[in-house]
Design a protein around this ligand. Structure first.
Ligand SMILES: Cc1cc2nc3c(=O)[nH]c(=O)nc-3n(C[C@H](O)[C@H](O)[C@H](O)COP(=O)(O)OP(=O)(O)OC[C@H]3O[C@@H](n4cnc5c(N)ncnc54)[C@H](O)[C@@H]3O)c2cc1C
Length: 450
C-alpha cells in the first residue's frame, strides 16, 4: 500500500515507521519541525527541550522503539536531585513512589488515611486501566472531574496540595478540567511504580530525528486532504497525490482544517477536542543559586503565572558555572501573554521566579520562549468515552485515519501507542477487505529532509 502521513510528530513518525516495517510505502509530510511537540532548540551552547522534556518508565513501547532506532545507550535516567512542591513554608518533596505519598509531610491524619484508601483502590484497578490508552476499561469514571472526585474521595487538602498541582505541572490546566478516568488511570500507573523519569543523552529531539532518518520525510506543508470518491488525495502546493490511505497526524485543530470530506463521526470527534495552552521559558542561571532539585510543581495558590520549573542540569544543560532552568506557565496566564514580546515575558517570569525562589532573584538571564497555544489535549469529563466510541466507529472513514495524543493517548508513550495502533488498523483493514495495493504515485517532489 502507498500511504501518506501528514505530520512528523512522534505519533506520525511511529505510524510511518511501523507501516514501512510491514512492507508498505510511507511518505511523511512535515510543514514545520520534525518532532512537533517533542522538540529541542540549541541556544548559547545549551540544549533546551522546549516541548516534552521527560518520559516515564522502563518497559514501554517508547523504550522499545528508541532501542530499535539505535538509542538504547542514550536512554537516560534523570536524577540530579529530588522533585518538590512549592508550599508556603518551602519545598515539600514531590512523590515518586507510593511510600513518598504515604509519608508526605504536613498532611493531616484524616487526609493521609483517605489518600491511602484511594491508592489501595488504584492498586485494585491497575490491571483494568491503561494510562497511555484511556479507551481501555469502563467509562464510569469519565462522568466526573478529577478535582470534584478527589475532594470527595480524599478531601480538599489532597486535591489542593497534590492533585491540582500535578495536573497543572504536567497539563498546565486545572484538575477541574480533567476527567477522573484519566486520573484514576494515572494513579493505577503510579502504584505500579512506573514513575522513574527518563530523557535522551542528546535531548528529546533524538528520537524523532532517528526515526526521520529511516523514513521519507518531505519538508512540505499540506494545504488540504480531499477525497475523489475513490481514494484520499493530499494537496501540497502544485502537487496532488492520491494514496491508498492518509494518516492525519497533526493536532485535531489542524486536522479539522485540512480534511475536507470528513464523515459525520470524524467531524464530530474533531470538533470536540480542546487544548490547554502554555509557554516554556528558558533561563541561564548560576549553578550556585539554581538549587539542587530536578523539578518543582507550583500550585496555583502560590503563583498564578508559573506552574512548574525544571532544572535541566540532569539532562546535561550546564557548563562550568551555569545551568538552564525551564519554567512553564499556567494556561490562564499563557493565553494572556501569547501576543506579548519574548523580552517582556522573560522579564515577568524571572521576577516571579525570583519572588518564589529568592536565591535566583536578579540572577536569571533569559534564553528562549516557546509558545504552545495548543500544548496538551484536555481529557475532560465525557471526552474519554466520546473518543473511545470514535475508535469503534469513524476511525479510517473514507481512507483517512486520525492519529495523535488527543485520541485518548496521553504523552509521548501515548503518541507511540497511537501511531502503532493506527498502523496496525490500516494494515488489518486492508487485509479484512481484501483490497489490492496501489502502486506508488509519482509526482513533483518537494524538498526531502532526509
Ligand atoms: C510544553 C509541553 C511539555 C510536554 N511535556 C511532556 C513530557 O514531559 N512528557 C511527555 O510524555 N509528554 C509531554 N508533552 C506532550 C507530548 O509532547 C505530546 O503528547 C506528543 O509530542 C504529541 O505528539 P503528536 O505526534 O500527537 O503531535 P505533534 O507533536 O503536535 O505533531 C504534529 C505534527 O504535525 C505537523 N503539521 C501541522 N500541520 C501540518 C501541515 N499542514 N502539513 C504538514 N505537517 C503539519 C506539526 O509541525 C507537527 O510536527 C508535552 C507537550 C508540551 C507542549
Amino acid at each position: 500500500m502507498n500511504i501518506a502521513i501528514v505530520g512528523a510528530g512522534l505519533s506520525g513518525l511511529t505510524c510511518a515507521y511501523r507501516l514501512r516495517q510491514a512492507g508498505h510505502t510511507a511518505t511523511v509530510y512535515e510543514g514545520g519541525r520534525v518532532g512537533g511537540r517533542m522538540a529541542t532548540v540549541h541556544v548559547a551552547g545549551f540544549g533546551i527541550d522546549v516541548g516534552a522534556n521527560l518520559m516515564l518508565g522502563n518497559d514501554t513501547r517508547l523504550a522499545a522503539l528508541a532501542g530499535e532506532v539505535g538509542l538504547r545507550e542514550d536512554w537516560l535516567v534523570l536524577e540530579s536531585g529530588p522533585g518538590g512542591i512549592l508550599e508556603p513554608g518551602g519545598l515539600a518533596p514531590s512523590p515518586d513512589s507510593v511510600s513518598d505519598l504515604a509519608w508526605l509531610p504536613g498532611l493531616s491524619l484524616a487526609a493521609r488515611v483517605r489518600l491511602l484508601g484511594f491508592l489501595v483502590h488504584a492498586w485494585r484497578t491497575r490491571e483494568d486501566l491503561d494510562f497511555f490508552d484511556l479507551s481501555v476499561g469502563s467509562d464510569e469514571l469519565d462522568d466526573m472531574d478529577a478535582w470534584t472526585a478527589t475532594v470527595e474521595i480524599c478531601g480538599e487538602e489532597v486535591a489542593a496540595r497534590l492533585i491540582d498541582p500535578f495536573v497543572r505541572t504536567f497539563h498546565f490546566h486545572s484538575a477541574r478540567r480533567m476527567s477522573m478516568k484519566y486520573f484514576q488511570a494515572l494513579a493505577a500507573l503510579f502504584v505500579r511504580g512506573s514513575f522513574r523519569t527518563r530523557g535522551f543523552r542528546d535531548f528529546m529531539e533524538s528520537l524523532p530525528m532517528a526515526l526521520a532518518e529511516r523514513l521519507t520525510v518531505r519538508a512540505a506543508n499540506v494545504d488540504s486532504v480531499s477525497h475523489d470518491g475513490l481514494t484520499p488525495i493530499v494537496h501540497c502546493g502544485e502537487e496532488h497525490a492520491a494514496y491508498d490511505a492518509v494518516v492525519i497526524a497533526t493536532t485535531a485543530t489542524v486536522a479539522r482544517r485540512l480534511w475536507t470530506a470528513p464523515s459525520h463521526a470524524q467531524a464530530e470527534l474533531l470538533a470536540g477536542v480542546r487544548y490547554s495552552c502554555t509557554m516554556m521559558c528558558a533561563f541561564r542561571v548560576p549553578r550556585s543559586v539554581a538549587g539542587d532539585y530536578e523539578g518543582i510543581w507550583v500550585p496555583f495558590t502560590q503563583s498564578t503565572l508559573v506552574c512548574c520549573c525544571s532544572n535541566d542540569t540532569c539532562k546535561g544543560s550546564f557548563d562550568e558555572t551555569h545551568c538552564v532552568l525551564s519554567i512553564g506557565l499556567h494556561e490562564e496566564a499563557a493565553r494572556e501573554l501569547l501576543g506579548v514580546s519574548d523580552e517582556h515575558v522573560l522579564g515577568l517570569v524571572a521576577a516571579e521566579w525570583g519572588r518564589l525562589y529568592p536565591t535566583c532573584a536578579d540572577r536569571m538571564e533569559g534564553l528562549h520562549v516557546q509558545r504552545w497555544p495548543e500544548a496538551m489535549p484536555v481529557y475532560g469529563v465525557g471526552d474519554v468515552a466520546r473518543v473511545k466510541a470514535f475508535w469503534g466507529h469513524g476511525q479510517g472513514d473514507n481512507g483517512v485515519w486520525l492519529c495523535g495524543d488527543y485520541l485518548n493517548h496521553p504523552w509521548l508513550e501515548g503518541a507511540v501507542r497511537c501511531g502503532e495502533k493506527v498502523a496496525g488498523a490500516i494494515v488489518g483493514h486492508r487485509v479484512d477487505r481484501g483490497l489490492p495495493a496501489r502502486a506508488a504515485t509519482p509526482g513533483s517532489q518537494p524538498a526531502a529532509l532526509h
